[in-house]
Design a protein around this ligand. Sequence first.
Ligand code: PGA
Length: 244
Amino acid sequence: MRRKLVVGNWKMHGSRPANAELLSALMAARPFALDVAVCVPAIYIHETAATLAGSDLRWGAQDVSQHAQGAYTGEISAAMLAEAGCRYAIVGHSERRAYHGETDQVVADKAQAALAKGVTPIVCVGETLAQRDAGETEAVVKRQLSVVIHQLAHCASEIVVAYEPVWAIGTGRTATPEQAQAVHAVLRAQLQAATGHGERMKILYGGSVKADNAATLFVQPDIDGGLIGGASLKAADFIAICRA
Ligand code: PGA
């Protein structure tokens, strides 16, 4: 039985007072019957760590450099994330792919850099609306994931995968549970074939998950939890999702 995981992706939101309020509400709502983490803007990681340390809540980053160290102005290495106690780093989010030109290979390199320092990469895959309409969903997500699997080889079973259809992110347009389940089943079969451990790997769904649709998504056999954007910024909503 795979333990469910819900991860908040705060994106570029927050402030010290708002974060303190949100995190203290999360702390007060424990314990949850699943694993819960928040991926916060890098500048808030240390403060988040200080607040959540000693609890069963985990924290992480929204990106990581593919490089170990060096002259990469503005970048943050996996070793730095590990030093700050990060359990997770999101890699290959569609916003990074779209606005920062991250290719499948860069995403794979980032996943590898994270794993090398003991930070679990949450590898995001997902198709655009045009790709879905063209019937390319399966081919797109399998290609995105295959580059990561190939790069990581025997370590590939250590990642978390997040299926995030681009057309569902921040749009209020969630994939139906059936649509999401269908893609998750494809991804799990791919992971199983490549690693032999697909049955124990977590595949999260992300894209307009809210308190009122989380339960019907999470009950699907291959959906192991969610990557939550907008709804992770409001304590009541995020807590409701964690209890869904
Ligand atoms: P959303 O974002 O929940 O606001 O749609 C999800 C994500 O981008 O991870």
